[in-house]
Design a protein around this ligand. Sequence first.
Ligand SMILES: [Zn+2]
Length: 126
Amino acid sequence: MARCDQGYLCAVCGEEVEDLLESDLYLRYVLGEVDPELLHKLPERHIRCNPSLAQFIVDESFPTAASDGLFAKAALDPPFVAEEEERVSAGYRRLKALAVRGESILDYPLAKARDAAEESGGRGRE
Ligand SMILES: [Zn+2]
């Protein structure tokens, strides 16, 4: 998975997505939303350039993002918002840990997301 010298450009603002912690694609991958085989085919984006997802990251190292569109947090169900905040923030923390440790790409998804993918084969919960 060699990146070209220029790196990936954000499909929204056109600037370079410099590392893992800025990558919307990798955040969604960690959350189990992006197929690993599509990682290099889908357009890259800054997390901050995707406010409908970024607004759910609650982390002191992440600048608060606000979405004012259709999916603005303020307009959504509070229980759903709480669930998304927990899920997306956990994904972001995972991304931070990986940025430091440099683990294999196959270890990227959260265990929970991995289990969910395995369970979709028909097995019940627990
Ligand atoms: Zn951008």
